[in-house]
Unconditional design. Structure first.
Length: 395
């Protein structure tokens, strides 16, 4: 995709700038922000607007309130967090539309920032209701898209509003496009895709998109189980329905046609019941007990995956290679990413679970870029045109 017109080109002094941010961040039971990465990633754009004298109005969603006001999903804790990060008070409107929001935006001075309440308290947001988009748009004079994690959704704030206002891409969105676009078009080769996670039915289109574009595709985590079962391994997991069997057969056929090398786990760390006790063992795939479900990749697979990445120029990673929420099954993901650290080249990671794993395992230095987008990044890399980007003018 071509570059988009950037916020640097916008005339913003004294103007109300409506910024779609992605402050859908995890929170602790006491309401405090548990992970502020998405807020931090938006700060360069917010600092640019403040320095340029804009009157900045932020809008975001949080969670899935289903179009109803939910006190548990208020953005107030985020307003407090952002105030500290910006070093200035960030007031918050009790709604994202209506008379109070209009009055508060009208009172803003140059350099001030206002946060609107959760967009998804209104059903019109996810429905991309034109009337709701018009209510949002009347709060600003300029629109800036900075929520890359939401641009794959055709919602009122991502598609409706930019159709009504002069629109620009924020600094984060510009960098996401810059970093991810080569993966769609001209990645530096050899190019390796390392994909983990869960259900193959959800990720098969992503995996298929690498055929012919990546030189090697490494598949781990529960995502690998149906592939192993299709090849005759005695492994439990996602049922091989006739439809899935057909899809996996087509995947294999295309992999062979395109010359893409596919590597699957050759050993797994599994839980096995023995004499009433649950034990964790590492078992070669051909020797798996009937119905065993792998929870992590084993040492032979770790070595195989690291060897396959040697000499690569580009590595794209998405999805843990084991059940990393359980401390017993983090070793595979950590070892492979530790190995990636010592391999020269351009390494990009994407996905919410991936970002969490990188943070918790302390391997962020393995990557030149870690996307803030989950589904958006995966669809973008897959080659899908994202509605929230398509609506923005080209540079």
């Amino acid at each position: 995709m071509v570059a988009k017109r950037g916020v640097q080109q916008a005339s913003v002094r004294g103007r109300r700038v409506l910024v779609r941010v992605d402050f859908n961040v995890p929170q602790l039971p006491n309401g405090q922000v548990a992970d502020d990465r998405r807020i931090r990633e938006a700060l360069p754009t917010l600092d640019h607007l403040r320095t340029a004298g804009a009157r900045t109005i932020l809008m975001s969603h949080l969670g899935r309130p289903g179009g109803r006001r939910d006190p548990q999903l208020t953005l107030r804790p985020i307003a407090r967090q952002l105030s500290g990060m910006l070093g200035q008070p960030v007031p918050m409107a009790t709604d994202c539309v209506g008379i109070e929001a209009i009055q508060q935006t009208a009172r803003l001075s140059n350099g001030q920032v206002l946060l609107l309440e959760n967009l998804r308290f209104h059903s019109g947001e996810e429905a991309n209701d034109p009337a709701f988009a018009a209510q949002l748009a009347q709060l600003g004079e300029v629109f800036v898209e900075e929520a890359f994690g939401s641009v794959h959704r055709a919602h009122a704030s991502t598609v409706g509003v930019p159709k009504l206002l002069p629109s620009y891409a924020g600094l984060l969105v510009q960098r996401e496009i810059e970093e991810l676009s080569p993966l769609r078009t001209q990645p530096q080769r050899p190019y390796v895709a390392l994909i983990g996670g869960a259900k193959v039915a959800d990720k098969l289109p992503l995996l298929a998109s690498f055929l012919g574009r990546a030189d090697t595709l490494l598949i781990g985590g529960a995502l690998a189980h149906p592939f192993l079962a299709y090849r005759g391994a005695p492994i439990g997991g996602e049922a091989l329905t006739p439809g899935l069997q057909k899809a996996l057969g087509e995947f294999d056929r295309r992999a062979e046609e395109t010359g893409t090398r596919i590597l699957l786990p050759i050993d797994l760390k599994v839980e096995i019941e023995r004499e009433g006790k649950t034990e964790v063992e590492i078992v070669p795939v051909p020797e798996l007990p009937l119905g065993a479900i792998g929870q992590d990749i084993g040492p032979a697979t770790i070595a195989q995956f690291i060897e396959a990445m040697q000499g690569s120029k580009t590595v794209f990673w998405n999805g843990p290679l084991g059940r990393t929420e359980d401390a017993r099954f983090v070793a595979g993901t950590k070892a492979v990413l530790d190995g990636l650290r010592s391999i020269p080249g351009h390494h990009i990671g994407a996905g919410g679970d991936s970002a969490r794993a990188v943070r918790e395992l302390g391997v962020s230095d393995a990557f030149a870029f870690l996307s803030t987008g989950g589904g958006a990044a995966l669809e973008y890399v897959q080659g899908v045109d994202l509605p929230g980007l398509s609506v923005l003018p080209d540079a």
